[in-house]
Ligand binder design. Structure first.
Ligand code: MIC
Length: 653
């Protein structure tokens, strides 16, 4: 009899085109759908141009415009036009600015049980709520997927999370994923797919599952997967596409590599303290602290229900005079339903500032909080400075907690609303007349005409990088654990418009960690031919932005030497020709100081010969061993100076 399979194994097995399903081994899987957003999509489209792609080879590819929405000058609108022209050129869908955040819009209109999805955004796993295998990846990996190439990854293990019981009043899906983060912190699920199962899953709507799958990324998971069951059928029917439903559930007797259990009845309102999604405590522990901002929206709490519950809490009341109450609807479809159901009226009357549908303040594209003041947000991340304010103080919580705190002006456990306002927990019921609107999703043209790419003056072509060579260069930065891509190349309204201009955006590299980095890097590029950086555990966690690799590479970065890496960040370094080395002996980390000169000789031969590389610390007169975990395929790309060079070489031979 065939081995009973869990949902993850079923999804991988049905798409496996290369390798064996042995945990840790490299596998290649066929990608059915792709998602790109504007902040990463401009590079993806330039990469497709560089690769000479004719038309997308996927079943569905959609280009969303949701991040760079502020139009303070020509740059972002020029990018929007460029992306529209690229969508026409490559035969992909285009979701216009204002249509909403990629993940919920994709889940509503395209996500299909049983399919694979690759997205140039780390929160792409959100669509795993539909029984899909949805992977976040660097732009270049997604470009290859659009071109019909398999996506390569290390075969993950599966962490089975059994859900039982039912959530209590005032506690919602966000608290469930915060409970997971409390247990696993920001790196505890690396190498795993998180698969939820058990009777508690039935208690969660498709969009509740979206909330949980979205933030699996924050634990470092490869992705998150839910079964496709009766609730997904209901959701698809609501979205007018019940024909896309297939049941995908774990086989009787399916097993998992690791086990976790959450009794939903025991979950309490939780909150992640500044400045990491893993700093989770019960809201009651920090209740009473003053707040400046309560922020609702983003891919982490995107559903109509999340806005409805917020409006029910603030209905017929005024939020505190001290609070900026920022409401960011996630899609135009949701706005229409909010208007129709009166949700918008209650929010506006309570004092909400209503913003356009999009990511907005989640990546510091506006709505930056006042200096040092507490901002409570329903968004997925609170890495340092991400909000756009230096030394910000951002907390992550549920809509219930954010809305309760907006009313009182202080961090408030929403359960206290029962006493404070004599309020009962509003019970949500799914709408039976949900407005569905696909008007701002422009369908692909698959004709033979080759549309011109419309490039504004801010769009620069990708820089060329040389092959991997020996180096003797300084350590320009020594950093600690969990350095996020927001610290390597920050977000914010002043930086994001340069996502399609590497020379310009590289000026912001590591500015959160050290403002002198750019000048020092330019100097050592000139004098020594480059630099290396040293880091602790889980280096380059967080976003999928490949800019966090390309910009440092452009400034001459040759290698990173870290105790360990986050999955997407590690792959991005390889893709752009930066050697991601690891300390064989974590204690060697302590022997290096910033400014030390590091030398690696015969690096090509050493990498090819095995997994070890001898690194000399010229300043200290010592040496240590670094290791790498690259597959042969990745090694070749690294040696060639990145995956684009490698692709060109393969095409030419
Ligand atoms: C994020 O949430 O960090 C982002 C902004 O959506 C990124 C993508 C980006 O940096 O453009 C992500 O999650 O990958």
């Amino acid at each position: 009899m065939a081995k009973p399979l869990n949902v993850t194994e079923k999804l991988i097995q049905s798409h496996l085109v290369d390798g064996e399903m042995t945990p840790g081994e490299e596998i290649g899987i066929k990608i059915d759908q792709t998602l790109t957003q504007d902040a990463t999509g401009t590079l993806v489209m330039l990469e497709l141009e560089a690769m000479g792609l004719d038309k997308a080879k996927t079943e569905v590819s959609c280009q969303y415009v949701d991040h760079n929405l502020l139009q303070t000058d020509f740059k972002n609108p020029d990018d929007h036009l460029f992306l529209k022209s690229a969508a026409e050129r490559f035969g992909i869908w285009y979701s216009k600015p204002g249509n909403g955040v990629s993940h919920p819009v994709h889940t509503e209109h395209f996500a299909k049980p049983g399919k694979t999805l690759a997205g140039s955004d780390s929160h792409t796993p959100a669509s795993g709520c539909m029984g899909m295998f949805a992977l976040g990846a660097g732009g270049l990996d997604v470009a290859f997927a659009i071109a019909g190439e398999p996506m390569y990854l290390k075969m993950p293990k599966v962490l089975g999370v059994k859900l039982t019981g039912k959530l209590p009043d005032w506690v919602s899906a966000k608290d469930v994923v915060l409970e997971m983060l409390r247990r696993y912190d920001v790196k505890g699920a690396r190498g795993y797919v998180i698969e939820y199962y058990g009777p508690g899953v039935d208690e969660l709507s498709a969009m509740d599952r979206h909330v949980i799958a979205n933030m699996g990324t924050e634990m470092g998971a490869t992705t998150t997967v839910f079964p496709s069951d009766g609730e997904i059928k209901r959701f698809l029917a609501e979205q007018d596409r019940v024909q896309d439903y297939t049941e995908i559930v774990a086989d009787e007797g399916a097993t998992y590599d690791a086990h976790e259990e959450i009794v939903l009845d025991d979950v309490v309102p939780l909150i992640a303290l500044p400045s990491s999604p893993g700093n989770v405590v019960p809201v009651s522990e920090v209740a009473g602290d003053d707040i400046y901002q309560a922020y609702i929206g983003s891919s982490a709490n995107p559903s109509y229900r999340d806005f409805w519950i917020t409006s029910e809490i603030v209905k017929n009341r005024r939020v505190s005079d001290e609070v900026s109450f920022d409401v960011n609807p996630t899609s135009r479809q949701i706005i229409e339903n909010m208007v129709k159901q009166g949700v918008m009226l209650h929010l506006v009357q309570s004092g909400a500032r209503i913003h356009q549908a999009g990511c907005n303040g989640c990546i510091g594209m506006g709505q930056a909080p006042a200096s040092g003041r507490n901002s409570l947000r329903t968004v997925p991340r609170n890495f340092p400075d991400r909000s756009g304010t230096k030394e910000d103080s951002v907390f992550l919580c549920s809509p219930e907690t954010a809305a309760a705190s907006a009313l009182t002006g202080k961090i408030t456990d929403p359960r206290d609303l029962e006493d404070l306002y004599d309020m009962e927990y509003p019970k949500y019921e799914e709408l039976d007349d949900m407005i569905i609107n696909r008007d701002m999703l422009i369908g692909p043209t698959r004709d033979d005409e080759k549309k011109e790419l419309v490039k504004g003056p801010n769009i620069s072509t990708l820089p060329e990088f040389e092959e991997l060579q020996d180096f003797e260069v300084p350590v320009l930065l020594k950093m600690g654990d969990n350095i996020s891509t927001d610290e390597i190349l920050r977000a914010g309204a002043d930086v994001l418009p340069f996502r399609s201009n590497i020379p310009e955006i590289s000026k912001f590299s590591f500015s959160v960690v050290d403002e002198s980095f750019y000048d020092r890097a330019m100097e050592t590029k000139e004098s020594a031919g480059g630099h290396v950086v040293v880091a602790g555990e889980n280096y380059a966690q967080g976003s999928s932005r490949e800019h966090a690799a390309i910009a440092p590479r452009y400034l001459g970065q040759r290698a990173a030497i870290a105790k360990s890496y986050a999955r997407i960040g590690w792959q991005n370094l390889i893709n752009f020709g930066i050697a991601p080395l690891e300390f064989q002996n974590p204690e060697d980390f302590d022997s290096i100081d910033q400014g030390d000169i590091i030398k690696v000789e015969n690096i090509r031969e050493q990498l090819k010969a095995g997994k070890q590389v001898v690194v000399k610390n010229v300043t200290k007169g010592t040496e240590f061993t670094a290791v790498h975990t690259l597959s042969d395929r990745q090694l070749q790309a690294l040696l060639d100076g990145g995956i684009i060079n490698n692709f060109r070489k393969r095409k030419a031979s």
